[in-house]
Design a protein around this ligand. Structure first.
Ligand SMILES: Cc1ncc(COP(=O)(O)O)c(C=O)c1O
Length: 467
């Protein structure tokens, strides 16, 4: 798919082509590369704000039974400046571990809108969460005891939700995470988070009346297994199944809030397109996800004789909040061709799949656009490759116009997870991130230096003194 493809151009409004040059908001990406250098992550503030508002509006329209809270998953992009924008948009935050809790608090997220999620939380994290008033999403029976102890020691009440392991029986669609070798139900049953029901029922019943604990609600996160809305409807209804079991086992307890997690696809949905999903359609729109999940939950509760009235609905979009806000820029360094044993062409760039890790982890196929000739028709096929020593095929057999060294390439939809998971393989310093707002462009994360890359190294004196 190229930028001139209607699907590529239509789905967000931060990108445009002006006199052949790709712009993000009102900034030429060719000029931006010249000014800040490459490789470079670039993020549109306008698109991030539009995404925030679209999620809030869509879920508020679909769920009228109670409040709606959007808790974007900060793991997708833990840049503090981006999180300040989402805080300004009055959104909450899903966090994992001490680092992400720190980022959320540091960027001004109100603690009551923070969920502290994650496996095997330690005492330090729980103490910080309880003392700040953040909600803890419990992941094991052991954690229930630990949180109670910490709250008692601090003389405070901890607000918690329990992470569920719903039975997704009937979700027999293929999981796109496993390229179709497992169904969604099978894949979800192997996914580690959540408290097994056989532990949750007795541990929760015991904790329900503890003065140091308030069990406020339930949470589950399916993930990006499928963009099929039937999956999402059923997923939400499965939560109602567990709520009904808990309601009965816990003497009529009902959640005040139900958090359905994230996993919504990025609009152009690069996910898995390099591995068998080449011709998948674009993702459902946010209002379609909202309608499917709200109606599944509502109907699920009503079918079990439970009232949805007053229950707050929460969701935790990660990729769908940040993905289409970002573009990754790289410069072409060299073009290499062979004629034997078969003809092949490589466009060698100054970036790498270690900075676009979902190329490898999730089989993403990026839309790649020559930023200076964004509407030029493709004339050739080439592997767009990176500079690490691995295969480093960032886009295999891309259709591109003729390219020359120095040309700038823009990889679309790279705002979620790419900076967050970039690593230093081959001792490569990680790229900077620039925030674009209208005509303004500001560094929000500086480029790493070689000193940064080696800053954790220690050579014991006995080795340093070797000749
Ligand atoms: C608990 C939780 N919530 C939300 C998300 C965000 O998922 P996505 O980026 O697919 O929307 C994740 C991702 O792993 C998660 O673990």
């Amino acid at each position: 798919m190229s930028i001139t493809d209607p699907m590529a151009a239509a789905l967000d409004s931060c990108l445009s082509i002006r006199q052949g040059v790709l712009h993000l908001e009102d900034v030429s990406l060719v000029d931006l590369a010249a000014r800040f250098g490459t490789p470079l992550y670039v993020v549109s503030e306008g698109q991030l704000r539009r995404n925030a508002r679209a999620f809030r509006a869509a879920f508020a329209a679909a769920w009228t039974e109670g409040p709606v809270r959007i808790l974007p998953s900060i793991k997708a992009n833990f840049s503090l400046a981006l999180r300040r924008i989402l805080t300004d948009e009055e959104l909450g935050c899903d966090t994992f571990g001490a680092g992400e809790l720190h980022a959320a608090l540091r960027s001004g997220v109100p603690p009551e809108l923070i969920s502290v999620n994650g496996t095997a939380k330690d005492r330090g994290l729980i103490e910080r969460a309880v003392s700040k008033g953040a909600k803890i999403t419990l992941d094991s029976a052991v954690e229930i005891d630990l949180v109670r102890k910490v709250a008692r020691d601090l003389g405070m009440q901890a607000v918690v939700r329990v992470r569920l392991r719903p039975d997704y029986q009937g979700l027999d669609q293929p999981s796109e995470f496993y390229a179709g070798s497992l169904t969604v139900a099978q894949a979800a049953a192997r996914y580690k988070p959540g408290i097994p029901l056989e532990d949750l029922i007795p541990a929760g019943r015991e904790a329900l009346h503890a003065p140091e604990l308030q069990i406020r609600g339930v949470m589950a996160h399916l993930g990006r297994h499928s963009a099929d809305l039937a999956v999402w409807r059923r997923m939400a209804a499965s939560i109602a199944d567990v709520v009904a079991i808990l309601q009965e086992a816990w003497d009529g307890w009902m959640p005040q809030e139900i958090d359905l997690g994230g996993g919504f696809a990025v609009p152009r949905d690069p996910f898995g397109r390099a591995h068998g999903r080449e011709n998948a359609p674009p993702a459902p729109a946010i209002p379609e996800y909202a309608e499917a999940m709200a109606s599944g939950l509502r109907q699920g509760l009503l079918d079990r004789g439970l009232s949805p009235i007053g229950i707050a609905l929460e969701v935790e979009p990660g990729r769908a909040m940040y993905g289409n806000t970002g573009v990754h820029l790289a410069a072409v360094r060299n073009i290499k061709e062979q004629s034997r044993p078969f003809s092949w062409r490589w466009v060698e760039t100054d970036t790498s799949d270690v900075f676009l890790l979902d190329t490898v982890l999730e089989g993403n196929r990026w839309i790649v656009v020559p930023a200076g000739a964004a509407d030029a028709p493709p004339t050739q096929q080439a592997d767009i490759v990176g500079l690490s020593c691995g295969f480093d095929v960032i886009v295999g057999q891309a259709s591109v116009p003729a390219l020359t060294p120095g040309d700038i390439l823009a990889f679309l939809d790279t705002g979620a997870y790419q900076d967050a998971s970039a690593n230093n393989f081959n001792a490569l310093p990680r790229p900077a991130t620039v925030l674009v707002s209208g005509e303004r462009a500001e560094t929000i994360k500086r480029r790493e230096t070689l000193d940064d890359v080696f800053s954790r190294d220690v050579i014991p004196p006995r080795l340093d003194s070797l000749p």
